[in-house]
Design a protein around this ligand. Structure first.
Ligand SMILES: C[S@@+](CC[C@H](N)C(=O)[O-])C[C@H]1O[C@@H](n2cnc3c(N)ncnc32)[C@H](O)[C@@H]1O
Length: 295
């Protein structure tokens, strides 16, 4: 039984279980024992805010309205993020990965480079990616660049699209980069239009299979760690399929693919969790097509 001193409402174990299951089914997020306290406290806050009478009332409320379900979900999401959150990742992106892609795809026409930030929260991650691309591409003007940034949270996306950040969120950034890529205003620091134009924001639930086209890199950092292994496996398979042969996949520091059988190769260890879809797949497909005489 869980109680909140501000309300007289109590949540029984079976009500908690039912809410947990509903959230996992609709949004994939698991609330296991380690997050039990956070989970029940947020539910009781929501009950109080909406003047609900019981756990059963809460369940009826969120099942009868997708807007109310989303409103509860917003309170349960973990949206911690920061600019250049793992500096070693962005160093690898700028010094090794973008130059490798630029060389490998240089003779393609048109030259297109697409990166997906899946679970982008309030935007710090896709803006860091776009800044890294500007820094790393030798012939930037010769490329069509798109950073697709998606999240389940409409609230986080509204913040992200504004591109306006407080001074303290820019602490990880080299002051020179702040000058080049942000303009200062009385409300904070605004990402400059040329960076914002590189990014397309969209609301997306990762458990819904949506076609996003072929990608050179997928960042899905600190998102899948809250999902069950079965969900992770299904989503990783979709990421794998969406990547170009030779494309890269980025996970957060405390995440690993070790218990999910995948054909990804680990390319950078230590401080980074970067994987690659084998480029050889392209050669295999090409040689199969040649053998079958279809080219
Ligand atoms: C901890 S933040 C990670 C932000 C960023 N990737 C980073 O590492 O700094 C996790 C994000 O995943 C989003 N998220 C959680 N479940 C999701 C789902 N089913 N589909 C899409 N996004 C989801 C949350 O809204 C949140 O913004």
């Amino acid at each position: 039984m869980t109680a909140n001193p501000a309300t007289t409402v109590r949540l029984s174990e079976s009500e908690l279980d039912e809410i947990r299951t509903l959230i996992e089914q609709r949004s994939a997020i698991l609330f296991d024992a380690s997050r039990e306290r956070f989970f029940s406290t947020r539910l009781l806050d929501f009950i109080e805010e909406k003047h609900l009478a019981s756990g059963t009332d809460l369940l009826r409320h969120i099942k009868s309205s997708s807007i109310e379900y989303e409103s509860l979900l917003e309170q349960l999401l973990t949206q911690e993020t920061s600019f250049f959150r793992y500096p070693a990742v962005y160093e690898a992106l700028e010094k090794r990965i973008v130059p490798e892609i630029e060389e490998r795809k240089f003779w393609e026409n048109p030259r297109v480079l697409r990166i997906w930030s899946a679970g982008c929260s309030t935007g710090e991650e896709p803006y860091s990616i776009a800044i890294s691309l500007c820094e790393a591409l030798k012939f930037g003007e010769a490329w069509e660049v798109e950073v697709l940034a998606t999240d389940i949270s409409r609230r986080a996306l509204r913040h992200a699209e504004r591109g306006l950040f407080r001074n303290r969120t820019l602490q990880n950034l080299d002051p020179q980069k702040v000058d080049v890529y942000f303009s200062e205003s009385k409300h904070g620091y605004q990402v400059r239009p040329r960076i914002r134009k590189m990014i397309s924001f969209a609301q997306m639930n990762l458990i819904e299979p949506v076609y996003v086209g072929k990608l050179d890199c997928i960042f899905c950092m600190n998102v899948l760690m809250y999902f069950s292994e079965e969900r992770r496996r299904a989503i990783l398979q979709r990421f794998y399929d969406a990547l170009e042969p030779g494309g890269y996949f980025f996970l957060g520091h405390s995440e690993t693919l070790s218990n999910v059988p995948m054909k990804f190769e680990s390319v950078v260890r230590g401080d980074c969790r970067i994987y690659r879809k084998p480029a050889a797949v392209a050669a295999q497909i090409a040689s199969k097509s040649l053998a079958g005489g279809s080219l």
